[in-house]
Design a protein around this ligand. Structure first.
Ligand code: PEP
Ligand code: MG
Length: 594
């Protein structure tokens, strides 16, 4: 247990780790590891003698997988961050430590209990032993045992859920392996001053939520839950995508200053944001906010939005224990509609499943959920659930300015089917003499490549398109939007994406269908000149990005952008396109928060 390597775990040296900037800004505070908490609840059961060998084998395999994970993590640590390696390698050694490995095997055999239970008993005993020691060095070894046994436990249970996640009740920087939308929805978000995750990229839900909350986030920090301990001080620089563990006094002073400058700049931009975004040649572009929760409407208003371009409604389904009732949905939508009135709210129907599961729906596990029974596919299969939501939306539309939008449409038949159910719902409300507004704009997301390719046909059925680049990029480039290993390949300025948007734009404008963009591509000021050249009529994004996007729109004339667009369309790689934007509009981005 006290190998040479373990001694190096007690480091209080400053360590800088580079990840992916998911949300800009800087925070300095105490870390709170959520992954470690989650595996505390384990199933306990007794075994027959005949099952003991297989159970020990299962435990050994879980250790092997944990060891393989550690190897992968170690191999992916960049050479400049060698300090982390000591900790990770020491954890790997601990996996096979007699006190843990041998004792768990023996415990399974002698007590005839399942591996999770045995491991829990063994690890609790060791952790207690360390915790009771007066020397702080040894007490910290208890935390190392927890890291290691939790990793084995996760491999045994396959459970990465954080059961205690909702219990966080202090202002912390959240450190997690990954945060699914379901997990994030259980956190008391106002308590979080920043996020650090091992997985995820710029468009993962952790990034989106962090940007909405205006808290910094750094994702893709390999081994974060291993190298960071709860209550240690860390700096998160979401603008640069860097975290600093155990910062020294110099770094603390430097980052305190950077934080103040960032906040002053953000405030000054927000002051100007409520003004219209009009290009120098007099074209007005609407810049709207995306929300997932009713509580975010305030942020939309504070950042000078021209309305809500995307209300992701699935969160209400994910935060409750059973399907919300029509009345609950109606009340929620009506409140949003009221708060934002007279500006519009674009309510997107349920985009459940994929990466946004609601446990109580008990749907069968899917091998490939983002290509599975998600969003409109689910709603068409479960029309009663779909109609309940549609009724609530149509009723809320009586009280303000509502647009309705269908997600994940992939072909003409789907939009026809969705609209048929909408019509039936209107008739049913009418028959029952329930007040509603059926005269609302109906649109669809363009986030599946087939919908982009068929947009000329789709245009006959809708009032507007809203391009969802988060999924459009994921599906077109075959890049998992939440996988940090391929996050560098998630490129909004990929020539294929630009061409798809151009196809949609031509179809929309030929058929007089309005063209919006509500994917995160619209939130990056650097993309604005290209999106203007491509004819996007309305932008929608995480509210904190609105001021900087408006500021760029005000500086780019849309008069004769065709030479610029032609040049862009000839390029073979995202880097070439970035270079052209930089050469043509580089001056605009000197002072922008990206
Ligand atoms: C998108 O895919 O771009 C989008 C806006 O939808 P979501 O992020 O909710 O999948
Ligand atoms: Mg989407």
């Amino acid at each position: 247990m006290d190998s040479e390597k373990n001694k190096s775990l007690n480091t209080s040296q400053e360590i800088i780790i580079k990840g992916i900037g998911g949300s800009p800004g800087i925070c300095i505070g105490k870390a709170y590891i959520v992954d470690r908490e989650g595996v505390d609840v384990v199933h306990q059961y007794y075994l027959f003698d005949s099952d003991l060998d297989a159970e020990i084998d299962r435990f050994k395999k879980a250790v092997m997988r944990a060891s393989q994970e550690m190897d992968d993590i170690i191999a992916s640590v960049p050479s400049e961050y060698q300090e982390q390696l000591y900790i990770l390698e020491a954890h790997k050694v601990l996996l096979r430590d007699k006190q843990i490995f041998d004792k768990t095997c023996k415990m399974i055999e002698s007590n005839k209990i399942n591996a999770e239970w045995a491991l829990k008993k063994v690890s609790t005993k060791i952790k207690r032993m360390f915790n009771e020691m007066s020397d702080s060095f040894f007490r910290e070894r208890g935390a190392d045992v927890a890291h290691v046994t939790d990793r084995i436990m996760r491999n045994l249970t396959g459970n990465k859920q954080q059961e205690q996640i909702q219990d966080i009740n202090k202002r912390v920087i959240l450190i997690a392996h990954d945060l699914s939308p379901a997990e994030t929805s259980q956190i008391q978000l106002h308590r979080v001053q920043g996020f650090v995750t091992e997985l995820g990229g710029k468009t993962s839900h952790t990034s989106i939520i962090a940007r909405n909350l205006q808290v910094p986030a750094v994702l893709g920090i390999t081994g974060a839950t291993e190298v960071i301990t709860s209550d240690s001080i860390i700096i998160v620089d979401g603008t640069k995508g860097v975290i600093i563990l155990n910062p020294n006094d110099e770094s603390l002073i430097e980052y305190e200053e950077k934080k103040n400058i960032f906040e002053l700049r953000r405030k000054s931009m927000i002051r100007h944001s409520s003004k219209t975004a009009m290009t120098p040649n007099g074209v007005i572009k609407k810049v709207m906010g995306n929300i997932e929760l009713l509580e975010e409407v305030v942020s939309v208003l504070d950042h000078g939005a021209d309305g809500i371009g995307l209300y992701r409604t699935e969160f209400l389904y994910m935060t409750s224990r059973k399907l919300p009732t029509e009345e609950q949905l109606f009340e929620n939508y009506r409140e949003v509609v009221d708060l934002i009135y007279p500006m519009p709210v674009t309510i997107r129907t349920l985009d459940i499943n994929g990466d946004k599961k609601a446990g109580y729906l008990n749907e069968q596990a899917e091998t490939n959920p983002v290509l599975g029974l998600r969003a409109i596919r689910y709603c068409l299969k479960r029309p009663e659930i779909f109609k309940t939501q549609l009724r609530a939306i149509l009723r809320a539309a009586e009280h303000g300015n509502v647009r309705l939008m269908f997600p994940m449409i992939s072909g003409v038949k789907e939009i026809i089917a969705a609209k048929k159910i909408l019509d039936e719902t209107k008739k049913e409300l009418s028959n029952k003499k329930i007040p509603f507004n059926g005269n609302i704009e109906v649109g669809m997301m363009i986030e599946v490549p087939s919908a982009a390719i068929l947009s000329d046909l789709m245009a006959d059925y809708v009032d507007f398109f809203s391009i969802g680049t988060n999924d459009l990029i994921q599906y077109s480039l075959a890049i998992d939007r939440g996988n940090h290993d391929v996050a560098h390949l998630f490129q909004p300025l990929h020539p294929a994406i630009i061409r798809l948007v151009k196809t949609v734009s031509e179809a929309a404008h030929n058929k007089k269908v309005k063209l919006f963009m509500c994917g995160e591509m619209a939130a990056d000021p650097f993309h604005v000149p290209i999106l203007l050249a491509l004819g996007i009529d309305e932008f929608s994004m995480n509210p904190p990005s609105i001021p900087s996007v408006k500021s760029i729109i005000r500086q780019v004339s849309t008069e004769d952008m065709s030479p610029f667009l032609e040049k862009v369309l000839k390029q073979q790689s995202p880097d070439d396109i970035i270079q052209i934007v930089q050469d043509t509009y580089g001056d605009l981005f000197m002072d922008t928060i990206r």
